[in-house]
Design a protein around this ligand. Sequence first.
Ligand code: ZNA
Length: 258
Amino acid sequence: LLCCGWKSEGGTTPNLKSIVIGRCYNYITLINPTFRCDCEEVWRLFEEAVAPRSSCSVQEKDYQEMFSIMPQNSPCHQFLFWSKTRWTMEAYTTLMERVHTLEDTLVGYVFNQLVWCGHQQHTGGGFDFDSCPEWSTCPDHPVSSLWRQASQNFAETACGNITVLLNGSIHSAFNRDSMFGSVELNSLNPRMVEYVHLKVVSNLRGPFIESCSRGSIVDLIHILQTRGFRWTCTDNDLNLKMLQCIRDPQDASCQTCS
Ligand code: ZNA
């Protein structure tokens, strides 16, 4: 549509095929060289799941074949879950060793932040690079379906100590409609998980809306307790605060060591 100007937004990510295959090779070559995977086959099975279907009708099961060649068996190190805290998650995982997120698995790494969908009406095949529907307007959205399946697989294998990063500057920090609230929490196994460590992180200048003792996080703690998880909850994790202060050293709350 446009050459060399601003990209049009909202459709399938441009160069999707090159990005998917390239990230896959990057993962198996440089990030996790012990991992075996046929990256061309990943693309083929992905395209086969998405392209023939209209943009609101790709279900988790349609990705089944692709998932079968992308095993998600992570060793039992520190699993990290997050909801509405992408920046914090990225900063935290960059600096902390042995913290494992869905984005560290092959499928999470390959599809992180990509957008894709088939054409809306008929099914002549191919991807729609001009526009894709919002998640909220279709339950069988091709992107959310893939993440639901990936998130379920990831949470089912979670073991040991797991950490959950939640956003204290919003209402419903724990949202039953989010991936964490609707998929991951239900897939955690209390017999495999030692402790659930909740960390609530608010913007330095607020607003300070939810905390370990306020709002939806209280409900989350109640659910964890009922399901037999051991848990802790921290409102002002010093490591997270320091990361925020590296980004924003001028903030008044970063002028003292507290
Ligand atoms: N890496 C990703 O692109 C991605 C990762 C996308 C969706 C889910 N995940 C998993 S689920 C992630 O590893 C976390 O463990 C889980 C967080 O999901 P959440 O609780 O729903 O939290 P969130 O912050 O609302 O969503 C996470 C990411 O999903 C966002 O950063 C967006 O990239 C994407 N997303 C969520 N809702 C929408 C959306 N993208 C487009 N439209 C939406 N309505």
